[in-house]
Design a protein around this ligand. Structure first.
Ligand SMILES: *[C@@H]1O[C@H](CO)[C@@H](O)[C@H](O)[C@H]1NC(C)=O
Length: 154
């Protein structure tokens, strides 16, 4: 990159600061609610209809989140995605990466928090602003999320 070192440094600091800001509200409680919103956090679901595990992670989501794998596994191995997504710990790392990448204020309420991360997980990062109640799957996702997080503004 062609810029003076100090300018580059400040630029990257700012990028890092923004990223941290966006995932600062992704705490343990939020992880629980994202999991509950997806499947009531059912840990024995396996894969179904292109989604795997308690967070309902699709292969595209997994790829987009940097292809997280179980320790000592290989990205190229058939089943690497499925085995990570059905492991709670591994799936949580996938969600963390995805939110770190796409985290933003999807519902325009001035804060980036678990409400936004719920929208991101259902809608995908690029079209996160779509209202969840627009279809039946989104409506149930939202209802489960509300049960888990009574403070929500969604
Ligand atoms: C989790 O999902 C499995 C498979 O669909 C189902 O048999 C089981 O009852 C579910 N567990 C809970 C706690 O809902």
């Amino acid at each position: 990159m062609s810029c003076y070192p100090i300018v580059c440094f400040l630029f990257f600091c700012q990028v890092l600061a923004q990223e941290r800001l966006q995932i600062v509200n992704l705490d343990a409680q939020c992880f629980r609610c994202l999991c509950y919103a997806a499947t009531k956090c059912n840990l024995t679901l396996g894969c179904d209809g292109g989604y795997c595990g308690p967070y309902k992670i699709s292969k595209i989501y997994w790829k987009d989140a940097g292809e997280v794998i179980l320790p000592d596994d290989e990205r190229e191995r058939a089943g690497a995605y499925e085995d990570c997504a059905i492991s709670y710990q591994c799936a949580q790392r996938v969600v963390l990466n995805y939110i770190a990448k796409y985290g933003r204020d999807c519902n325009d309420d001035g804060v980036t928090n678990c409400d936004d991360f719920t929208m991101i997980n259902f809608n995908g990062g690029y079209q996160c602003k779509a209202t969840l109640s627009r279809n039946e799957a989104g409506q149930s996702w939202l209802e489960r999320y509300r049960l888990c997080n009574p403070e929500t503004l969604l």
